[in-house]
Design a protein around this ligand. Structure first.
Ligand SMILES: [Ca+2]
Ligand SMILES: [Ca+2]
Length: 283
């Protein structure tokens, strides 16, 4: 209703303005443009609907916004045939928590990161090893393992998920916008709701997140990727840490196979030459 009032007020102002002006036609055209632009911008700002994805009762869903469509799937404990799981971020706090992966983490910063070998830098080349194709679209595949207490505390909300890329790694800033180029983000109000009691504790995996590859156009393979996440705003985070992992494809890419073939060829040809030389010496 508020938007309707604003548009009505704009229309009335334009009409008054038009009556008082001698160049009615010119004003009418420009006024109409102004009105259309105003209406369009209002629709843009208010038309984007937030998505609340329920993985407590459902198994799969998507969040679509200006960054593309991301897919979120509930996953059973110890998924099979899904590739190698490589953790890169642990966050823990009560009742809300936030953080991003970085090798610059110390026990006190940044945010609620847990220091240790499972919180560290990622490069875009690392992210590319997770690429999968679903219904013709390409996604980077991540695994989220949540750890929440039992009973009424077992649920948790993921309230923000963002990806930044930068030539600089090991960042420790708490100014998120300075993490680099924003490649992907939830819109305001986008959320994923989960229940840890659907699975058994740590190490079981609770959700696959598929992030659209198209959102990363122009990223250099050596660029660092900072994934920022926020839990607990809608539904408190408690208990143990939440852990994000890459799901690396089980089949090596051609780019990693070819150097190995090249290396093997070099080793065998060297051995062959040596054998030939030995044979010649012994003759
Ligand atoms: Ca909880
Ligand atoms: Ca937790």
């Amino acid at each position: 209703m508020r938007n309707l009032e604003i548009i009505t007020n704009i229309t009335m102002t334009i009409r008054r303005h038009g009556k008082n002006n001698r160049n009615m036609k010119i004003i009418r055209v420009s006024s109409l443009s102004t009105l259309l632009i105003a209406a369009a911008s209002l629709l843009l700002t208010t038309g984007a609907r937030a998505t609340v994805l329920d993985l407590i009762n459902g198994d799969s869903g998507t969040i679509t916004n200006s960054y593309g469509t991301a897919i979120f799937d509930f996953t059973q404990p110890q998924p099979t045939g899904t590739g190698v799981i490589k953790p890169f971020l642990r966050v823990q706090n009560d009742p809300t928590e936030q953080g991003y992966n970085t090798s610059g983490v110390t026990p006190a910063s940044p945010f609620d990161d847990k220091a240790g070998p499972w919180t560290h830098n990622l490069t875009f080349a690392d992210l590319v090893t997770t690429a999968v194709t679903i219904n013709g679209a390409n996604y980077f595949k991540l695994l989220l393992d949540i750890n929440e207490p039992g009973g009424s505390k077992s649920t948790i909300s993921l309230d923000q998920l963002q990806f930044y890329t930068s030539a600089t790694g090991s960042l420790t800033t708490t100014n998120i916008s300075s993490l680099g180029t924003l490649r992907y983000s939830f819109s305001a109000g986008d959320q994923v709701l989960m229940d840890a009691s659907r699975n058994n504790g740590s190490g079981s995996g609770d959700m696959f997140a598929y992030i659209p590859v198209s959102a990363f156009a122009g990223t250099a393979s050596t660029d660092f990727v900072s994934m920022y996440c926020q839990f607990g705003n809608r539904d408190p985070s408690q208990g143990g840490f939440e852990e994000w992992a890459l799901v690396v494809n089980p089949i090596p890419e051609a780019s990693t196979i070819f150097p190995i073939i090249g290396l093997l060829a070099a080793v065998f040809s060297t051995q062959f030459v040596r054998r030939r030389q030995l044979q010649q010496v012994s003759k």
